[in-house]
Design a protein around this ligand. Structure first.
Ligand code: DGY
Length: 331
């Protein structure tokens, strides 16, 4: 008599597309969370018991303490390109494969970065609030004057795939002068394709009219932008954060926006999200969105499917499409 070996158990920590969960059920015994309940760490630890794999979103922290409680875990597939929610050294030390979802979200996230930049510079959400509140009684030459995007200087801090996609939009779509700062300078061909020039961090802060943050979050990038950096920027500049909360000191930013140190900000990510610093909520010169830069239907689907593909590839063939710690695969 043929007895099939039991399927590995997979914990899907949050609600994702049901058809992707169904696909995973063909390979795993899935414990999912269709109600999208927010589990405590304790509940997460309990559910991880006996699991060989976990599919996480950016909201769940997977750290050494949780891993110590989950001795059977072999893989963590994160449905995001950013993986600051994972303790990668701890995962690697335990021989647990980690994957993320790069590339599939690059253009969508860059589109949204530009949407925030335009909305911030041209005061789009403030204008809509003003109109809905019944203030529009006549055309006036000085109603809601904003700042130009075309022909201005676009600064990009963090020049990975998304930074480069934003640079291309700025240089080739809006005729912007594009400058960037990154841990390392891009090769000349890539710089040329992006229409971007490498500058020091100080020059970037001093010269950008619109500064977009696209760098990964880590202890080293925590509060990369605080009051000292904001004071180096132009009083007419805007700051756009589509990277991670914690890269900007949100309390300092709120103060800078109130005092006119810079003109405006567009924020998709926040320290301690989904909480938003209360001072930011009171300001008109900030555009706020709830961490949706990658949230087009097609892209969120592609992210979920890539996380699933990584899980299936590892458990069926011992491979991964986008590993974060590939050394684990050859151990
Ligand atoms: C990412 O992929 O890191 C995004 O922030 C999630 O939307």
């Amino acid at each position: 008599m043929h007895t099939s070996s039991p399927q590995p158990r997979l914990l899907v920590t949050r609600a994702i597309f049901p058809d992707v969960v169904d696909r995973l059920r063909q390979h795993f015994e899935v414990i999912d969370n269709p109600e999208d309940a927010l589990w405590t760490r304790e509940q997460m630890g309990d559910r991880l018991q006996g699991c060989a794999a976990v599919l996480t979103t950016p909201s769940e922290a997977i750290d050494g303490e949780l891993l110590a409680r989950s001795p059977g875990l072999r893989m963590c597939a994160n449905m995001a390109v950013g993986y600051n929610n994972l303790d990668l050294p701890a995962l690697t030390a335990r021989g647990i494969l980690a994957t993320n979802t790069p590339d599939v979200l690059t253009e969508t996230t860059a589109d949204f970065g530009f949407a925030l930049l335009l909305a911030t510079a041209r005061r789009v959400t403030e204008a809509e609030r003003w109109l809905r509140d019944g203030h529009w009684t006549k055309w006036r030459y000085d109603t809601l004057l904003g700042r130009d995007v075309h022909g201005s200087t676009l600064g990009i801090l963090g020049m990975g795939r998304i930074g480069q996609a934003i640079a291309r939009r700025g240089a080739h779509g809006f005729g912007m002068r594009v400058i960037y700062h990154n841990r390392s300078q891009l090769d000349a061909a890539t710089e040329q394709a992006c229409g971007a020039r490498y500058v020091s961090r100080e020059t970037l802060l001093r010269e950008a009219d619109h500064l977009v943050l696209v760098l990964p979050y880590s202890a080293g990038t925590h509060h990369s932008i605080g009051m000292a950096e904001l004071r180096q920027m132009k009083p007419g500049a805007s700051l756009i954060n589509i990277a991670r909360g914690g890269i900007v000191d949100d309390a300092a930013l709120a103060r800078a926006l109130r005092e006119g140190v810079i003109a405006a900000a567009g924020l998709d990510v926040f320290e301690g999200e989904p909480q938003v610093h209360p001072d930011l909520l009171t300001l008109d010169n900030v555009v706020l969105s709830p961490h949706i830069a990658s949230a087009s239907e097609a892209t969120r689907r592609a992210m979920a499917n890539l996380a699933a593909d990584n899980l299936i590839a590892f458990f069926t063939r011992g491979e991964a499409l986008t590993p974060l710690n590939p050394e684990v695969l050859t151990r």
